[in-house]
Design a protein around this ligand. Sequence first.
Ligand code: CA
Length: 246
Amino acid sequence: MSVNTPDRPSEPMTTAAEPSRVLVVEDEETLLFTLAHNLRREGYHVTTATRGDDGLRLARETNPDVIVLDLMLPGLDGLQVCRLLRKDSQVPILMLTALGGESDRVRGLDTGADDYLPKPFGMRELLARIRALLRRAKAPAPAQAGSEIIVSGDLEIDTARREVRKNGEILRLKPKEYDLLQFFVQHPARVFSREQILDEVWGFDYFGGPRTVDVHVRWLRQKIEKDPADPQRLRTVRGSGYLFEG
Ligand code: CA
């Protein structure tokens, strides 16, 4: 798999015989061993690295379904690995760190981590988080009656399938990017503060502060704006929040 290849076009149908692949990048060898052992016992196919640069290379070579990534690593640190991976991959990333402060959580999110687990953590919690990430990444679009297509400019949002097309082409959005876009499209031309957006889109299960909103807005702009540096759809209203031009 070349470095320039984008992430997989679509998740192949997985069967029980086809275990999910987890890449664990962790330099504490005892913890790495424990993680790998527990993941294998759960039936995952596990590859491991103890350096950030090796982890990045393995991620690109083996295209795992989820990555458990330590923050403090030799070679490249977890944030650097995350940032580099996010240039061409949406693989779910669970970041581990000894630092539990909000600024570190935001930095992790800011660079594209999907979830965050401060050390020390229980193995059951880690396994639950990995299952959640895989579930979110692999969830087939629910086939529902009453599918609603919302058209907004060059965007077409299929709320039943949680699919967005821009000029007819499917956009690859992370779950929260999708939720945020759907919220804005359903509430055009209104200013929302970051706190309102957090309440509406993240609800009770968010773990970042208002910066989480800024990060996701930035990602979304990269996908929906002609010029993300000069957004015309998802606009910043200085001192107030964000507004979506319908
Ligand atoms: Ca470490």
